[in-house]
Design a protein around this ligand. Structure first.
Ligand code: ZN
Length: 440
């Protein structure tokens, strides 16, 4: 309703307050400028301003930086990774070289099918072909990271070359995977492999895509160069996605090696200053910080106390996917700004705050939990809600507003496996609203 407080509506719909949203947007813009390559005129202009802020009066940058500082976490602007510089020389073209990747699209979600494919490919390999399996491993993710590679030079029945390499004291699986691919390819380059057919089996689809995508982080530039060098020596390289933990021998060996390498990194220190962050990672960080700011603001705003009993935390929420009219009624109940007489009496002179069925004040609580006029419907609601909670093994101590329409079912939408219970409770409450016929 028009009188409902904006911050309560924001919490209910999971909409980041506009002022925080603006700060995030400005901070993202600054990150975008900063991640440009050194030759970029905007980057040069920004850096000139940053080195001598007094000399050039650029109020736009001042504005962006102040907003960035408000929503940034631990990460400084200096840590943002510079975009990949495309060069036409050396064959590092903009386009993705999809020809490397076999069966990419059709096998995306078909693990078992792909295991069969891989097994077949492996069985058909000749002794003249090279097959390599790579893997990355993180203990904790993020945590100590290592990588491993298992290379068969004479068919998969021969003894493989086993490589492992510690990557970082604190990184993630994905970085481990990227390093694995580089480890294996650079080994071939060192061995001066020529005119061979090379099969690379990787169990991480994002890593495969990154190696061949057009916006690639600094980490993969070297790998691409190695690939190019190998191709120049008339090698034919194919990359296959290999589902992990499916008893494919090479993959299992690479996995074991990666884990060993990762454990070598336990207890090593991370050099904070040398840590570069991808701009996407940083943007995610900004949103997270903005969310925390929002939570604090929500907690410190007067008048939210009652509302906070139902919604203790702010978070993006999915709305009910049901009738709009019902949704309105339910949301009005949460805020207390509804067509019940306790609120209507504040707006209209000729309405009393008393319930039309008894002599109590008609509040949300009275309507749902107390008014004797709806005892039958209420009993039905409580009985069925209890049954639902038993059926889903979700202990509900008390059927209150929080359970029926508040944080709990909304939250349940987001917790895997608890979604059904949340949906069921919501449906029961909607039925209650319909049954009571108070809003016809
Ligand atoms: Zn009543």
């Amino acid at each position: 309703m028009s009188s409902t407080a904006t911050d309560q509506l924001e919490v209910m719909t999971g909409t980041l307050p506009i002022s925080l949203h603006l700060k995030c947007k400005n901070a993202e813009e600054l990150i975008r400028f900063y991640s440009k390559v050194e030759e970029n005129p905007i980057k040069q202009d920004l850096q000139a301003w940053m080195t001598d802020r007094a000399k050039t009066n650029k109020c736009m940058y001042k504005h962006l930086i102040s907003h960035f500082n408000e929503v940034k976490g631990k990460t400084e602007l200096e840590h943002v990774e510079t975009d990949f510089k495309c060069s036409k020389e050396g064959g590092l073209a903009l386009c993705r070289k999809v020809s490397y990747i076999k069966n990419e699209e059709e096998n995306q979600n078909k693990k078992d099918q792909q295991v069969e494919n891989i097994t077949e490919i492996i069985s058909k390999l000749t002794d003249r072909e090279i097959s390599m399996f790579t893997d990355g491993s993180t203990l904790g993710n993020p945590g100590p990271t290592g990588t491993g590679a298992c290379i068969y030079f004479k068919g998969t029945n021969s003894d493989p070359v086993q490589l492992k390499c510690p990557v970082s004291p604190n990184s993630n699986n994905y970085v481990g995977e990227l390093n694995g691919i580089r480890l294996a390819l650079s080994f071939l380059e060192e061995k001066n492999i020529q005119q061979k057919s090379i099969h690379l089996f990787v169990d991480c689809q994002p890593a495969i895509k990154t190696i061949f995508s057009n916006t690639i982080p600094a980490l993969t530039i070297e790998t691409r160069q190695i690939l190019q060098n190998l191709e120049n020596k008339n090698n034919k390289i194919q990359i296959q996605w290999t589902p992990g933990h499916k008893n494919i021998e090479g993959n299992e060996i690479a996995d074991k090696l990666a884990k060993e390498a990762a454990s070598e990194m336990i207890g090593k220190q991370v050099e904070e200053n040398s840590r570069k962050v991808d701009k996407k990672e940083l943007t995610k960080d900004l949103r997270l910080n903005a969310g925390q700011k929002w939570q604090r603001r929500y907690e410190n705003t007067e008048g939210n106390e009652r509302f906070m009993e139902i919604f203790p935390t702010v978070q993006p929420r999915k709305l009910y996917k049901s009738e709009r009219r019902l949704e309105c009624i339910i949301n009005q109940k949460i805020t207390g700004h509804s067509h019940l007489n306790s609120h209507m009496s504040k707006i209209l002179h000729d309405v009393q705050e008393i319930c039309p069925n008894c002599d109590k004040v008609e509040t949300t609580r009275h309507f749902i939990f107390e008014c004797p006029a709806y005892a039958t419907q209420r009993n039905k609601l409580e009985r069925e809600a209890e049954e639902a909670s038993n059926r889903h093994s979700e202990p509900v101590a008390d059927i209150n507003l929080k359970v029926l329409i508040g944080n709990s079912p909304y939250q349940l939408f987001h917790v895997e496996g608890r979604r059904e219970f949340g949906t069921e409770i919501q449906k029961l409450f909607q039925q209650f609203i319909k049954d009571t016929r108070r809003f016809k």
